[in-house]
Design a protein around this ligand. Sequence first.
Ligand code: OGA
Ligand code: NI
Length: 330
Amino acid sequence: MSTERIPIIDVSPLDGWNEVACRHVADELCEAACTVGFFYVRNHGVSRVQLDEVFSAARNFFAAPEEKKRSVAISPFHRGWLEIGATKMAGSAASDVKESFVWGLDIPPDDPDFLAGGRLLAPNQWPLFLPEMRAQLMAYFQSTQLCGQRLLRAFATGLGVRSDYFLTHVDKPVSRGALIYYPPRSSEPDVAEFGAAPHSDFGTLTLLAQDEVGGLQVKDKSGVWIDADPIEGTFVVNVGDLLARWSNGRFESTPHRVVNPLGQERYSVAMFVDPNWDSVVEPVTLAGECAKHKPVGCVDYIMDRYDEAFAYRNKEEPPDGGAEELNRAH
Ligand code: OGA
Ligand code: NI
């Protein structure tokens, strides 16, 4: 067992009417981000009905025959279906044993920012065989985006910078959602084979809804993998590499992995909440402090990570880095 636990934070005060309560939550969130890098949020504002809808969309989608799923195979702009074997964490010996469906802001093909090379902004690929999925997933995108934005404002407040530091404008965020399916495994895990191999997330914040099966594990400071068990009514939230960098290294982007229990399939829905497509990530520096990183365009940063992690983007195999090398995802 670990001495370090993953805190559960009730974020309802972030609606802001009670400034003292709001500040208290902001401090709790910053404390969790600086230490564990992971926390659960309660009262996140996404309804049970919406969650049930996205999980049922996931079940229906992944249960469809392969040729139907192939009709929305991943686009060059990273929208659509990733089959088993398509995701391989940098330095990991084997591909993840999972399927995903990735979507983002629902923009048309003639969107000027997309045409101008916004890259992480791209039209979605909706399956014609599940016509209700588009509205369900976009409603979920909107409500999780709002939750993520409340958390980012709280982080800025907790760090003592202006509350819109991470969100100067949010008309076109490059956030992405992923429905994820982990098929049942029938044998003890091979050291090199995981539902999701150890990695840290690329972007700003990840909001994860998981079913009741369990299997997500978080690496604590002493190197022990601790279970992030499902807790009804919560999201598991973690800081990604980009927010760690943006916080000038104060926040932790903690490695995690998925080992689903023997013989059980598992579904999860990850929302990778990221800034506007044209945001520049400039580390938060407090009085007398130097920036530890140069400013970077959020899209450039995340795209570099994508190129490492997804087989369909890899022109060459990454060099063999050994299982414990820190992997980056999403
Ligand atoms: C991820 C991830 C965990 C899960 O997609 O980056 O860590 O439980 N997912 O699916
Ligand atoms: Ni992850």
